[in-house]
Design a protein around this ligand. Structure first.
Ligand SMILES: Nc1ncnc2c1ncn2[C@@H]1O[C@H](COP(=O)(O)OP(=O)(O)OP(=O)(O)O)[C@@H](O)[C@H]1O
Ligand SMILES: [Mg+2]
Length: 411
């Protein structure tokens, strides 16, 4: 800093005195320095003005009618908005008692009347300078805190991008491996299938053999279904977004399942909001999502119960990343689709795992645990959210949010 003089013009001084002559002298002394000045003629008035004017310094007369300078100072120091403002006492008295009392109440200095202009100027300037430096220090402290916060946020972002990159690399290599295995397994499966069909035609009168060959064909189909799911899982193409009506997409899927006889003893309730606008989504991929969710619900209800599908508009704020809530709130409008069933529900401990790849509670051969993880990544690619709710017994509820604004395809 060297000897550079700080520009204190514009700093605010509150003069508190009941005598007009004193006020004039102080004002005439200080105004030419460029300070902004406000005046209170009593302690009560000072207590009202100070929180609004927020001075950098208060010159406070001790002897005043009403509450005196000491009491005024005490009250200023009790108020959060004024307690940091330095107070210089002004009094005709110069007894040590008063000086000590003034300091003990939080005063920073003392000026004795009659007022000597040079002394007032020097003291005021010194304390304004201190106050200025204090404020600058606080500002830079805040700046450091802000910078630290920004740094922390950037670190978090970097970490999560890194994690995502590692994760996507992992998936990419897992994808290659899985595709390779699927391809290698499909070849011998096709050959076995051809041979069993040929054998069945050759020996069509051997009913025992035909029964065995049918069982082999059934198992082959199971393997093919698993391979198909694995391929879906690893070969998720980019999105083909078109503007669609979510209600008619759901209607088609539900009608198809009905035609296949999947809802025999299940009543399906459609609570569609027919005023929903068309939104951008990939018809093929969203079909996969709802087929998985409906299939799971049908299994959980063991073919009997109620399946409710509700569509509505939702504009509430949504926190899309629990790790760093502040930076991940979205306020845009969504279409919300809720699928509730009356099946066996999902245990609390399992709710957080059901979207993990290969998590299943189904017996071998009935599920490999890929359905919901596929749903999750498809919905995420759409910029949407999928959540599951269940209290562990009275059914499960899947809530999906799809953004109404058209989004650029991801990945
Ligand atoms: N509606 C539901 N009610 C109760 N449990 C459910 C429901 N939907 C999913 N789950 C639970 O979540 C698990 C994972 O579901 P997910 O669809 O990912 O795999 P899966 O159905 O077991 O196998 P896959 O879909 O690959 O054939 C299920 O095994 C089941 O325990
Ligand atoms: Mg499933």
């Amino acid at each position: 800093m060297g000897n550079e003089k700080t520009d204190l013009r514009g700093m605010k001084v509150l003069i508190v005195d009941d005598t007009a002559v004193n006020i004039d002298v102080l004002r005439q002394t200080l105004a030419p320095e460029g300070y902004e000045i406000s005046v209170a003629t009593s302690g009560e008035q000072a207590l009202k003005i100070a929180p609004r004017f927020v001075p950098d310094l208060i010159l406070l007369d001790i002897m005043m009618p009403g509450i005196d300078g000491f009491e005024t100072c005490r009250q200023l120091k009790c108020n959060d908005s004024t307690k940091e403002i330095p107070v210089i006492f002004i009094s005709a008295k110069n007894e040590t008692d008063d000086i000590v009392k003034g300091f003990s109440l939080g005063g920073v200095d003392y000026i004795v009347k009659p007022i000597k202009q040079a002394e007032v100027l020097a003291r005021v300037e010194t304390h304004l300078q201190l106050q200025y430096l204090k404020k600058e220090q606080e500002k830079s402290k805040l700046e450091v805190i802000k910078k630290n916060h920004q740094l922390q946020e950037s670190m978090e972002k970097l970490k999560s991008t890194q994690e995502q990159m590692i994760q996507s690399e992992k998936w990419a290599s897992l994808g290659c491996l899985t595709s390779g295995i699927c391809h290698e397994v499909l070849n011998p499966i096709n050959i076995i299938s051809c041979h069993t069909q040929a054998l069945a035609m050759e020996r069509e009168n051997d009913s025992e053999l035909i029964k065995d060959l049918d069982s082999i064909q059934e198992e082959i189909q199971k393997i093919e279904r698993i391979i198909e799911k694995l391929e879906h899982f690893v070969n998720q193409e980019g999105l083909v977004l078109t503007k669609n009506d979510i209600n008619s997409q759901l209607t088609t899927i539900l009608d198809d399942l009905d035609k296949e006889g999947r809802f025999k003893r299940i009543s399906v309730i459609r609570e569609f909001n027919l005023d929903l606008p068309k939104i951008g989504f990939d018809r093929k991929l969203l079909r996969q999502v709802f087929q998985n969710i409906f299939h799971n619900a049908i299994c959980a209800m063991n073919q009997e119960g109620t399946l409710t599908i509700k569509t509505e508009e939702s504009s509430k704020e949504i926190n899309i990343n629990s790790k760093s809530p502040s930076s991940n709130i979205r306020e845009e409008n969504f279409v919300r689709i809720t699928v509730s069933d009356t099946g066996h529900g999902i245990e609390k401990g399992q709710l957080s795992k059901i979207f993990n790849p290969f998590f299943t509670t189904k017996p071998p051969g009935q599920g490999i645990g890929l359905g919901l993880s596929v749903c999750y990544s498809i919905i995420q690619k759409h910029g949407g959210i999928i959540k599951a709710e269940s209290d562990g017994s009275a059914g499960a509820k899947f809530v999906l949010y799809l953004p109404m604004i058209s989004i650029a395809p991801v990945g």
